[in-house]
Design a protein around this ligand. Structure first.
Ligand SMILES: O=C(O)CCC(=O)C(=O)O
Length: 331
């Protein structure tokens, strides 16, 4: 299917933003300004265990979002992951098109740009590359970028490191909920839990005040680990305001997703977030989604419901949840 790539539009040197990208007035960054300079939770993993559990609990409860430092993933490895993604997007358009996905036919992995289902829906100023990283038997290396040649090695190394950090975070989040440390990972499929990589490329935009990189959304997975390049743009929603998130170098950004909101029976909120674009600079981000296998049943933990706190969410498979979310049906 023929899709217009945002990167191609941006290189054509447009003076004005094409109409299909102009957000409705209330959504435009110029009319929904974020609060700047507020400190979002930044949590160092090198603190004593009880402090960590408490800080993570508070961040999940109050923000659904936090930054993690001293996580043990070498900055040099994150740099190589970023170089590999940058190299891929530097390929000529026709080379990238060889990897094109087609979500309308259920093929989500590969090179993509959001398409709309109807004329009123607006487009996002972003192209992306999406693929599964874990578990190994589901990974399709044949559709991963072949260029740069280091892509596979560096991405596999990053996947190994993220598996370790994710396990630690899921344990801490479980403990914050007052549960045994292994329950979250077990509920998300244990070693079958999936890690999905999405590399976002937001090219310079002629009228960034009218556009959005990604529109406001919560992630339907359980937990997201994100690293951006040095161009700011991510904003998170809290108590009726957007908050701009500054980027401490080498920090990992964690988003609580819909599946943890359901499992925790709403104790932890899935964070609403959006990203803005820039007039001069290319913004990039590397988001890794941790999600249960499709057939996994997800519902509130029985330990967290009782007569005073009845279940607020229905129990359904992750596949059913995704179907409802994609088709904007009630959960
Ligand atoms: O680029 C960002 O900071 C956010 C990306 C995001 O929310 C997404 O890809 O779902």
């Amino acid at each position: 299917m023929e899709v217009e790539r945002v990167q191609a539009l941006a290189t054509a040197g447009l003076e004005a933003l094409p109409a299909q990208f102009v957000r409705p007035s209330h959504e435009r960054p110029e009319n929904s300004r974020a609060i700047e300079g507020v400190t979002v939770p930044v949590i160092s993993l090198s603190q004593p265990h009880d402090v960590l559990v408490r800080e993570i609990h508070e961040a999940c409860r109050d923000w659904g979002f936090f930054l993690v430092t001293n996580h043990g993933i070498p900055g040099e490895l994150i740099g190589r992951v970023q170089d590999a993604g940058r190299e891929f997007f530097r390929l000529p358009l026709e080379e990238k098109e060889k990897y094109a996905n087609d979500p309308s036919r259920g093929s989500f992995e590969g090179y993509g740009t959001k398409m709309t289902k109807n004329h009123d829906e607006k487009l996002e100023w972003v192209d992306y590359f999406f693929h599964l990283m874990h578990p190994p038997y589901k990974v399709r290396h044949d559709i991963w970028p072949q260029h740069p040649p280091s892509y596979r090695e560096v991405t596999e190394e990053y996947n190994e490191e993220l598996l370790k950090v994710t396990e630690v975070l899921l344990e801490l989040i479980s403990e914050g909920l007052g549960l045994e440390k292994n329950v979250l990972k077990a509920s998300l499929g244990g070693d079958q839990m999936e890690l999905e990589m999405k590399i976002n490329l937001y090219p310079p935009c002629p009228q960034p005040q009218l556009a959005l990189g990604v529109e406001p959304h919560t992630d339907m997975s359980a937990l997201t680990i994100l690293v951006p390049n040095d161009v700011p743009g991510l904003q998170v929603w809290k108590d009726g305001n957007w908050f701009a998130v500054d980027y401490p170098p080498n920090a990992l950004f964690f988003h609580i997703g819909d599946q943890i909101e359901v499992l925790s029976n709403g104790k932890y909120k899935s964070v609403l977030h959006r990203s803005l674009v820039n007039k001069e600079k290319t913004r990039m981000s590397w988001a890794v989604f941790c999600a249960p296998p499709q057939e996994t049943l997800i519902g509130p933990f029985p330990e967290l419901i009782n007569d005073q706190n009845p279940a607020k969410y229905s129990t359904k498979t992750y596949a059913e949840f995704r179907y409802c979310k994609f088709n904007k049906l009630p959960q």
